[in-house]
Design a protein around this ligand. Structure first.
Ligand code: NAD
Length: 489
């Protein structure tokens, strides 16, 4: 493993980008929250620790602006979103640099996220024009039934730290396209990208007040107060399953429409008839995108006995060769994990797996020095009893188990309360489809390790969530169906 430091020019540019991040216009705060760079431990900004009263003020402002926005034409909302897309792309350097500094994503991946995040805005600019209804005769005649899709109303959008821009735009985009105002609460680890993104929406023509950003250390006090407010009609959350469950319980009180994009425990299945190179390439992407810190990350890798030795040798070689280091360096392929707690969790999971009999093929350690780095790690022959098989790893650690038969692989893959994503590698199209259909997940990548696409419905089943983001279904999450009955004489 090579270790690289920051490129001085990118570092200098990142300071300018950080200085350009706007401050919150909401002044009611209880002190501030420090934002740090996980690659260096350096404090890079402070943001307000907004009070509950400020959060409720944000609800009032977004609700008032949202009622006016709901009356604008779809064409107007679409044009504003197209303007926002153009501005996000124009400012991609600033957005990518800020994202790498606060989150630790490699600069190459930050650029990819800016494009992906902006693509959601463009997609929903287009979908804004396509929201349709229906017109039909009552079956017994004598009446015409019309349906339309109306904006659901004020939306609370709560986002995680791992994709700070894309998780925000795939909620803000459809909320605005549908005609809703919103209050966004980013993770305190990565609020800067959200502040900058929202400023660009406003420069693009989004009316003042329509998108509110609240940053707070007291996430539970925020959700308890805001979801008790009867003006809030929608909550969209991306984050862990326990928090999602709490939010659904809070939303239940006022029957608030809820979308939940929650945790995963994705299986990755490689069959003997897979193309070895394609499987290794796909597994690298499925496991290591964003340093393994994705909800769809291949958490449990099941490899069929006949291909296992070759696959594991090739995969381990690729993992061990990854260039790690400061994300502000174009050579770097693996940055830090997000914080100290993540390092400690990974250390614990690796130690626990080894103590249960797993074989450590490469890595296994935190890196000394400033920053929260953990080596790319491969664990082979991981027994079911190891904690790593049931919990989200959320880091650069691969957990591998071997299997004999297709039935055994499917049973193992489905033996989890989660159902977000899965990956299947086989050159036999019948097998690939049969296995994909048998897997209890919302999404399956077949012979590839990247699933996300703005035009596809992203989301899970079982305890991985409710609802879908992206695609036309993503817009419907911010709409209510209304029906009008015209009696005919
Ligand atoms: P988290 O659940 O700890 O936090 C997510 C967000 O919720 C943050 O903004 C946090 O401040 C906020 N939050 C926490 N408790 C809250 C409460 N009681 N009320 C209101 N807000 C609260 O998750 P995280 O560690 O930030 O993100 C990682 C998790 O997100 C993983 O489980 C991952 O699988 C999941 N995730 C899911 C998807 C998906 O699309 N399904 C995408 C990305 C991440």
């Amino acid at each position: 493993m090579a270790y690289e430091t920051a490129d001085p020019q990118l570092y200098a540019r990142s300071l300018e980008a950080l200085a350009a991040v706007p401050t919150s216009p909401l002044t009611g705060m209880d002190g501030t929250i420090a934002v740090t760079d996980p690659a260096t431990g350096e404090q890079i900004a402070t943001i307000p620790n907004h009070t509950v009263a400020t959060a409720l003020e944000a609800v009032s402002l977004a609700d008032a602006a949202g009622r006016a926005w709901a009356k604008t034409t779809p064409r107007h909302r679409s044009d504003v979103l197209h303007n926002a897309y153009a501005l996000l792309i124009e400012r991609r350097d600033d957005l990518a640099l800020v994202m790498s500094r606060e989150m630790g994503k490699t600069i190459t991946e930050s650029y990819a996220e800016v494009q992906y995040a902006a693509d959601y805005v463009r997609w929903f600019a287009e979908e804004a024009l396509r929201a349709g209804g229906s017109y039909r005769e009552a079956p017994a005649g004598g009446a015409t039934m019309l349906t339309t899709r109306a904006p659901v109303g004020l939306s609370v959008l709560i986002t995680p730290w791992n994709f700070p821009m894309a998780m925000a735009t795939r909620k803000i985009g459809p909320a605005l396209a549908a005609g809703c105002g919103c209050v966004v609460k980013p993770a305190t680890l990565t609020p800067l990208t959200t502040y900058l993104t929202v400023q660009l929406f406003e420069e693009a023509g989004v009316p003042e007040g329509l998108i509110q950003v609240i940053t707070t250390k007291s996430a539970s006090a925020f959700s308890e107060a805001v979801l008790a407010d009867e003006r809030v009609r929608k909550v969209s959350f991306t984050g862990s399953t326990p928090v999602g469950s709490t939010l659904m319980q809070l939303a239940a009180k006022n029957i608030i429409k809820s979308s939940m994009e929650l945790g995963g425990n994705a299986p990755l299945l490689v069959f003997d008839d897979a193309d070895l190179d394609r499987a290794i390439e796909g597994a690298m992407l499925a496991k290591m995108r964003n340093g393994g810190q994705t909800c769809v990350s291949a958490n449990r890798m099941f490899i069929q006995q006949g291909i296992a030795d070759d696959f594991i040798a090739g995969f381990t070689e690729r993992m061990a060769a990854l260039v790690q280091g400061n994300p502000l360096n174009r050579e770097v392929e693996l940055g830090p994990v997000v914080d100290d707690r993540a390092v400690q969790r990974l250390e614990h999971l690796v130690t626990d797996a080894v103590s249960h009999g797993a074989d450590l093929r490469t890595g296994g350690n935190a890196l000394p020095g400033a920053g929260t780095f953990f080596e790319a790690t491969v664990l082979d022959n991981v027994p079911v009893a190891a904690e790593i098989t049931t919990t989200e790893i959320f880091g650069p650690v691969a957990s591998i188990t071997r299997f004999q038969t297709q039935e055994e692989a499917i049973a193992k893959a489905n033996d989890t309360c989660f159902g977000l994503a899965a990956f299947v590698f086989s050159e036999n199209i019948d097998r690939a489809l049969n296995v994909s259909e048998a897997l209890e997940t919302g999404m399956v990548g077949i012979n590839q390790g990247l699933l996300s696409n703005v035009a596809a419905p992203f989301g899970g089943v079982k305890q991985s969530g409710i609802g879908r983001e992206g695609s036309s279904e993503g817009l419907e999450e911010y709409q209510e169906i209304r029906y009008f009955n015209l009696t005919r004489r």
